[in-house]
Design a protein around this ligand. Structure first.
Ligand SMILES: Nc1ncnc2c1ncn2[C@@H]1O[C@H](COP(=O)(O)OP(=O)(O)OP(=O)(O)O)[C@@H](O)[C@H]1O
Length: 229
């Protein structure tokens, strides 16, 4: 699956250009955080890289319909138990019942939800739901996991719990590609940063270099908290 390459990708909706000339490469390695101002196109870029959206121009390779797994800002859980939510995609993936049970139990342990295995998933707290969504995605052992602002509606403690899970998944060799509004979170998790502004990739840099001193004036202004237009 990796590397994933976007070459000169344009995307528009309703005749309005949203992304223009996006070229980037996602290599195996530490998490890639996509950051930038509201409306820059971060979520759209993530969906294009995952394969949920198709470019209007340019191309993304490999050209599989869907690349890796995705977790959304608001978890999409089935009207089933916590365990049922974990087992369903494993069954769809064709795994045998024993392997389903083994992976589901490991996933529950990883995110600290073993005691809630038989609860209806939709009654969990927001933080618990997001941990379940991460566990479900990671149980499929994808090469790449796309996360769209996974902590956007979580409190600081739940955010740290989700960050620890993400770091653990990354440490096992899964490439994390993630959007966030939280610069502290980007500093904590990122191995590399893609900075997007007004539909263009302004820079793709190692995280340490980016936060020490970004290459572009736009990113420097963004890090200072100045609005960009
Ligand atoms: N289906 C759509 N139809 C029309 N406009 C869209 C559509 N999807 C996204 N847009 C517009 O494209 C732009 C980029 O949206 P996107 O959600 O990718 O931004 P973002 O960087 O993730 O923003 P935020 O930080 O606010 O979540 C926005 O101006 C948005 O209104």
């Amino acid at each position: 699956m990796l590397p994933i390459r976007a070459e000169a990708v344009d995307y528009a909706a309703g005749g309005v250009p949203i992304l223009r000339g996006v070229t980037l490469t996602l290599e195996a390695g530490p998490p890639c955080l996509i950051i930038g101002p509201n409306g820059a196109g971060k979520s759209v870029l993530l969906r294009l890289l995952h394969g949920l959206l198709r470019p209007a121009a340019g191309r993304i390779t490999p050209a599989a319909a869907i690349r890796g797994a995705m977790v959304f800002q608001r978890p999409v859980l089935l009207r089933r138990s916590v365990l049922g939510n974990l087992r369903y995609p494993l069954a769809l993936a064709g795994l045998g019942r024993e392997e389903q049970a083994r992976r589901a139990a490991a996933a529950l342990d990883r995110v600290g939800l073993a005691a809630l295995a038989h609860r209806p998933a939709r009654r969990l707290s927001g933080g618990e739901q997001q941990r379940l969504a991460l566990a479900r995605a990671a149980a499929l052992a994808p090469d790449v996991l796309f996360l769209d602002e996974p902590c956007a509606s979580l409190d600081p403690a739940a955010t740290r719990a989700v960050e620890a899970i993400i770091a653990g998944i990354a440490a096992e060799g899964c490439k994390i590609v993630m959007t966030t509004h939280d610069l502290g979170q980007a500093r904590r998790l990122a191995g590399e940063v893609v900075f997007l502004n007004r539909g263009r990739v302004v820079e793709q840099s190692p995280a340490a270099a980016f936060f020490a001193g970004p290459a572009s004036a736009e990113a420097a202004a963004f890090l200072r908290g100045e609005l960009l237009w």
